[in-house]
Design a protein around this ligand. Sequence first.
Ligand code: PBG
Length: 330
Amino acid sequence: MAYDLPQRPRRNRSSAAVRGLVRETHLTPGHLIYPLFVLDGASRREPITSMPGIDRVTEDHALREVEEAMNLGVSSFVLFPAVDDALKDASATYGLSRDNFYLRLARAIKDRFPEAWLMSDVAMDPYSSDGHDGVVKEGQIVNDLTLPILADMAVVQAEAGFDSIGPSDMMDGRVAVIREALDAAGHTDTAILSYTAKYASAYYGPFRDALESAPKHGDKKTYQMDPANRREALREAELDMAEGADMLMVKPALCYLDVILALKEFSDRPIAAYNVSGEYAMLKAAAEKGWIDYDKAMPEMLLSIHRAGADVILTYFAKEYAQLYRSWHG
Ligand code: PBG
């Protein structure tokens, strides 16, 4: 017996062929940016305990990582420096030094792989003895003392050959001062991918382990956004667009899919999302315990971020996703 059901959505799911025909979202390795944690020196790989499968690497290994990823179709990278404590100070001097290892390494990657798209991180925290993204004075993070440091950092990074600057600091007005400084120095072709809506999130824990960059006192709530707020992300987006950002990013991704969608509808710029270290760690931990089917859960996670509206995804899964993608498509 059959019910009188003229609407049967299951007809469009009845075979792999028809599912392929009506599939709305396709995530290729070309949409991914692979983050690399880099170290000074040579021939070293240091595992990061809270991020199984991700290591801090020296230049030689970094070049190999880039080559492997590019062979799999991932040609975009973001670099984060793990800096020796002895080189950190209150004004992030090492980050501005033209011969620091981070800039040297970027140059080496661009020399060897000119077709790779390379993004920097602009913020004081990897170089700061305070572990904050801005200048600390009497326990306060001082916005306007930080801006010129960020602008100088962006200029030396552009000189090193980065294709895009990635301000991750959440100071007010930083996109404008960075754009102005880049243009004044002749780097009109260097893009800015702004961390537009970056939330004060617990999901950055493993990243701070990787760089030993946790704040020495207090937290980042006076500059990173309150996880409770969505509309405030639109204000940040409006400012970043007016100040000249080429792409807007939401960070983290999973708990903020609604914010990704809101920015996608609000803005004509490409939207990026950062699938952060804690999101990576959660899935890896569950997989290690055998509690989740990693090869299915991982692509589902990335697909959901793309479906929500992220054109571009920064993810530690990039290489593994590209490997899976190859196994599906031959
Ligand atoms: C710092 C920065 C952070 C991340 C990227 N840039 C951490 C923080 O704000 O404390 C986090 C990335 C991740 O968790 O994967 N400027």
